[in-house]
Design a binder for this molecule. Structure first.
Ligand code: G
Ligand code: G
Ligand code: MN
Ligand code: NA
Length: 257
C-alpha cells in the first residue's frame, strides 16, 4: 500500500470528507460552534483515521494541500449553511505546524473567505501546543500575521506540550483547549481536578476562552460547570457527525431549551 501515492490521489478523487463535532456552552447548553475533523474513505482500504495518515503527510507539503482542502471545504460549508438559513457558528480546523509556518496560509485564508463571502472570524485554527514549543518566535510571527485577517486562534491539547507559560501571553490567541487526558478523571482524581481548575483560572486571567475536550460523562460536565469552564465538546453531547446531520442537531437543541 503506497500511502504517498494514494494520498496524492485522494483529493483528486474526492475521497476525503469532514465530520463536525459540536462545541457547547457550559452555561446555556447551546451549540456555539463546531470542530471539523477529516476522514479518508479509501475505495479499497475503507475508512482511514486521521491519526494514521496525518502524521505521515505532515512530513511533506502534502499536509498543505490537505490543510487547504479542509479550510476551503469548511468555508464552503459555512456558505451552504447560510444559504439554508442556519445560524452561522464558528468552525475550528486543525492546522499542522508545517502549514502554520508556510507563507501561503495567510493569502489562502484571505482568498477563500472572500470567495465564499464568509467573515474570517467564523474560522478558527487549532494549533497543538507541541507545535508552539519548537519554533516559538517563528510561530508568534505567523500567528500575528494570521490575526490581521481576524481569524480566531486556539491552542489544542493544552497541558501536554510543555510550553513555557511565559510564552502564553505572547501568543496572540483567543482560545485554550484543555487536553482530554486531564478531563477523563477530573471529577474523581485530585491531581486532574487541580490541573483543570488551574488551566481554567489561567485562561480566564489571560482573557482567553476555555474549552474542555473529551467530555464523556455528566459528572465531568458538572465539574466543568462548577469551575466555570466556558465551552465543552465530547461524546457526552455528540460525536463528530456528517454535515447533513447538523441542521437536525441544531433544531433539536433549540427545541429543548
Ligand atoms: O477525529 P479523530 O479523533 O479521529 O482525530 C484524530 C487526530 O487527527 C486528532 O489529533 C485530530 O486533531 C487530528 N485531525 C483530525 N482532522 C484533522 C485535520 O483536518 N487536520 C489535521 N492536521 N489534523 C486533524
Ligand atoms: O487532537 P484533537 O483534539 O483535535 O482530537 C480530536 C479527536 O478527539 C477526534 O478524533 C475526536 O474523535 C476525538 N474525540 C472527540 N470527543 C471525544 C471524547 O469525548 N472522547 C474521546 N475519547 N475522544 C473524543
Ligand atoms: Mn483539535
Ligand atoms: Na486536542
Amino acid at each position: 500500500f503506497h500511502y504517498e501515492a494514494a494520498l496524492t490521489n485522494a483529493i483528486k478523487n474526492d475521497e476525503f470528507f469532514l465530520q463536525y463535532q459540536p462545541k457547547v456552552s457550559c452555561e446555556t447548553n447551546e451549540i456555539v460552534g463546531f470542530e471539523a475533523l477529516i476522514r479518508w474513505q479509501h475505495p479499497t482500504y475503507g475508512l482511514i483515521s486521521p491519526a494514521e495518515f496525518i502524521p505521515i503527510i505532515e512530513k511533506s507539503n502534502l499536509i498543505i494541500e490537505v490543510g487547504e482542502w479542509v479550510l476551503s471545504e469548511t468555508t464552503r460549508q459555512l456558505a451552504e449553511w447560510r444559504q439554508q438559513g442556519l445560524p452561522l457558528l464558528p468552525i475550528a480546523v486543525n492546522i499542522s505546524g508545517r502549514h502554520l509556518h508556510d507563507q501561503s496560509l495567510v493569502p489562502f485564508v484571505e482568498r477563500i473567505t472572500q470567495k465564499y463571502a464568509i467573515r474570517s472570524d467564523l474560522l478558527e485554527l487549532e494549533i497543538t501546543e507541541g507545535v508552539l514549543t519548537g519554533n516559538t518566535e517563528q510561530s508568534i510571527a505567523a500567528m500575528k500575521e494570521l490575526k490581521e485577517t481576524h481569524i480566531k486562534l486556539s491552542i489544542d491539547d493544552f497541558g501536554t506540550g510543555y510550553s513555557s507559560l511565559s510564552y502564553l501571553k505572547k501568543f496572540p490567541i483567543d482560545i485554550l483547549k484543555i487536553d482530554r487526558s486531564f478531563i477523563g478523571e477530573c471529577d474523581s482524581r485530585n491531581d486532574d481536578a487541580a490541573i483543570c481548575t488551574a488551566i481554567i483560572t489561567l485562561a480566564k486571567s489571560l482573557g482567553l476562552q476555555i474549552v474542555a475536550e473529551g467530555v464523556e460523562t455528566a459528572a465531568q460536565l458538572a465539574f466543568l460547570k462548577q469551575h466555570e469552564c466556558d465551552v465543552y465538546q465530547g461524546f457526552y453531547f455528540s460525536r463528530a457527525v456528517a454535515a447533513e446531520q447538523i441542521p437536525t442537531l441544531l433544531a433539536s437543541v433549540t427545541a429543548e431549551t
